[in-house]
Write a new protein. Structure first.
Length: 297
């Protein structure tokens, strides 16, 4: 009877796989693998997107990218976003999660308030903050007027524009990581916390030796989302600065959009996309191998 049941379950799994796998493979091929293959092919051409690419240039697009100073700025900015996401955004999210993870009406209200920025569309958030930073009409203009100082155009300042961008990124996405931590903290057995408290542990010690180790898998997953998300930042920067001033706030994706798509240099943009894909896959594989597996062990 047990052997018959096992055979039935195996047959059910095989049937489900045969039914569900082909549609998923077709969609993955059409919307992921095929565009990636085309991008790789187009990256060897000087092509404006119209007609069939014929001007084969080999690795010339990749050489242009390597020699382009704005691309170096874009890579540096992307690395800065990764660092800010890991070392400022995530700790802030964890701190707030530790303060409001318990199920009370007050904490539920604060959870909603802190999570609202993440719900807001990226373009809308960028437009809102572009008004906040506007030196003529925005909140910064009102603040400067109340203090009796000259208006400061932070988004037009080469030194401060990207600081403003990173501030908006932290504000926009910390709520997402906070909710991951809250969900993990609510799954920590209360007996562990109570036992530590009986043993004389103070609140900081409970957090350090009980709560944080218990939610380590959630922190690892959160860090993965932060890194991959930082590599894809686009929608916030375009309405905020559009890569300016003087191309100082570009990320890799906005660089691709500005110097590839908007200038109808599709071959060049495809080369940037291939580089971004290789970087993202490398990061994902490395992270999966060396961090996620350790977090599960």
């Amino acid at each position: 009877m047990t052997e018959r049941l096992r055979l039935g379950l195996n047959n059910g799994r095989i049937s489900a796989t045969l039914i569900l796998l082909p549609p998923a493979l077709i969609l993955f091929t059409l919307f992921v693998m095929l565009p990636l293959g085309e991008s790789f092919y187009y990256s060897f051409f000087n092509w404006n997107g119209y007609g069939v690419p014929t001007d084969f240039v080999g690795l010339q697009n990749y050489q242009r990218i390597a020699d382009h100073s704005v691309f170096h700025v874009a890579v540096g900015n992307t690395v800065k976003i990764v660092a800010v996401s890991l070392f400022l955004q995530m700790p802030l999210a964890l701190l707030l999660a530790l303060l409001i993870y318990r199920k009370t009406p007050t904490n539920a209200f604060f959870r909603l308030v802190f999570f609202l920025p993440y719900i807001l569309a990226e373009v809308a958030a960028g437009l809102i903050w572009s008004f906040v930073f506007d030196g003529n009409y925005g909140v910064s203009a009102s603040l400067a007027q109340s203090l009796g100082t000259e208006p400061f155009f932070i988004l037009a300042d080469r030194d401060w524009a990207f600081v403003a961008v990173m501030t908006v990124i932290v504000w926009k996405y910390f709520g997402f990581h906070m909710m991951i931590y809250i969900a993990a903290l609510q799954g920590v057995p209360e007996d562990l916390v109570e036992a530590a408290r009986i043993e004389g542990a103070k609140r900081p010690q409970i957090v350090r030796y009980v709560l944080v180790p218990q939610i380590k898998p959630a922190i690892i997953v959160s860090a993965f989302f932060a890194i991959i998300g930082a590599l894809q930042v686009f929608d916030l920067i375009i309405p905020l600065t559009n890569g300016g001033p003087s191309n100082q706030t570009h990320t890799i994706v906005t660089y691709l959009y500005t110097f590839g798509l908007t200038r109808l240099n599709i071959g060049f943009g495809s080369a940037v996309g291939v580089i971004l894909f290789i970087v993202a896959i490398t990061v994902a594989v490395f992270y999966q191998r060396f961090f996620m597996k350790r977090g599960q062990s």
